[in-house]
Design a protein around this ligand. Structure first.
Ligand code: GDP
Length: 363
């Protein structure tokens, strides 16, 4: 499953946002009897309107959305790369995530102390990015020593050395490793390092409820910075999200309407994280359940089946396939079949976004 790590300076709203994520996860927990949620891991459903439509067509008893895991990575402070705060342990936690959600404070509140004394998201982002970059530089410099030695006898180590030597000057300039272009082979060789500044990143600008609809000048500053880094920006209000989970569902729409928005930003954040990683959704649907499954772009049918169960991949025979839109237009599986819109696809078929699949397999 996809894991996103929430990072940011203290007092920017990480825990508030994370607690809203966890509360959402708890509300859905009935649907996920097999997942235990660790104290700092929350699970959220990826919002997808297509699920309801499919469930109606199939008369499904249950709907199961795709999920993203959020990990609260507390403890990043200035000096973390030198072991300040939770330091290295903190950094080890981030190496394992697929994407980083960097929460930045874009709200004013005299009652909430800012670690650097004033609200300045661009400065805050730099503080964190410098720590992450220094940690990467340390990692890369240590690795290159060994790779150079191994390069005398190993072709792979030569390629890795070349990759590391491209990364060092960029990191030395204080820029993220993301900015370096590497070949697929180089990329694969440096992957085990888990470089923090090479992970895809989203800046979650945490605004007050009044700024949720229109944003504010701080958000614009973050947008400018993110555009240079080719990173994404999502506007969110941790406060609104935490209030929403307290409200009965029937009152939520009114509350959001009073703020002039459709949601508190968490949904957009989840979707953006999903898209950032090049993820795709396919569906399975029947009377028991309609369910969304997450795959990477380019996966072939047996790999997609493997997401459900490894047996499905091993024993894969064919996938009965219909596009979501074709199924919805015809209104039923039988209708889609009559019109010849249900195809039988084999091992080479690249699963498309929104495919509705039924796997045939040997056990
Ligand atoms: P963390 O240290 O980044 O995890 O920050 P917290 O989530 O603990 O938030 C720090 C303080 O800021 C808490 O008192 C929150 O209630 C408050 N806070 C968080 N988000 C907002 C917000 O959007 N607006 C306002 N006014 N306060 C917020």
């Amino acid at each position: 499953m996809l894991r996103a790590g929430i990072v940011g300076l203290p007092n920017v709203g990480k825990s508030t946002l994370f607690n809203a994520v966890v509360a959402n996860a708890k509300a859905q927990a009935a649907n996920y009897p097999f997942c235990t949620i660790e104290p700092n891991v929350g699970m959220v459903a990826v919002p997808d309107d297509r699920l309801k439509v499919l469930a109606e067509i199939s008369g499904s008893a249950e709907i199961l959305a795709a999920r993203v895991e959020f990990v609260d990575i507390a403890g990043l402070v200035k000096g973390a790369s030198q072991g300040e705060g939770l330091g290295n342990q903190f950094l080890a936690n981030i190496r394992e995530v697929d994407a980083i959600v960097h929460v930045v404070r874009c709200f004013e509140d005299d009652d909430v102390i800012h670690v650097s004394g004033s609200v300045d998201p661009v400065r805050d982002i730099e503080v964190i990015n410098i720590e992450l970059g220094l940690a990467d530089l340390d990692q890369v410099e240590r690795r290159v020593e060994r790779a150079r030695k191994q390069a005398r006898t190993s072709k792979e180590a030569q390629i890795e050395t070349a990759a590391l030597e491209k990364l060092i000057p960029v990191l030395n300039e204080g820029k993220p490793a993301r900015q370096v272009s590497l070949t697929d082979e180089e990329e694969a060789l440096i992957k085990p390092l888990g470089l923090l500044t090479r992970k895809p990143i989203i800046y979650a600008t945490n605004v007050s409820e009044d700024d949720l609809a229109a944003g504010n000048a701080w958000v614009e500053q973050v947008r400018t910075l993110a555009a240079e880094e080719k990173a994404q920006v999502v506007v969110v209000s941790a406060q609104v999200e935490s209030e929403l989970v307290e409200l009965p569902e029937s009152d939520r729409t009114d509350f959001l309407e009073s703020l002039g928005v459709e949601e508190g930003g968490l949904k957009s954040l989840i979707r953006a994280t999903y898209e950032l990683l090049g993820l795709r959704t396919y569906f399975t649907t029947g009377p028991k359940e309609t369910r969304a499954w997450t795959i990477h772009a380019g996966m072939v049918a047996p790999q997609a089946a493997g997401v459900i169960h490894t047996d499905f991949e091993r024993g894969f025979i064919r996938a009965e396939t219909v596009a979501y839109t074709d199924l919805v237009t015809t209104g039923s599986m039988a209708g889609a079949k009559e019109k010849g819109l249900v195809r039988s696809e084999g091992k080479e078929y690249v699963v498309q976004e929104g495919d509705v699949l039924l796997f045939r397999f040997n056990v």
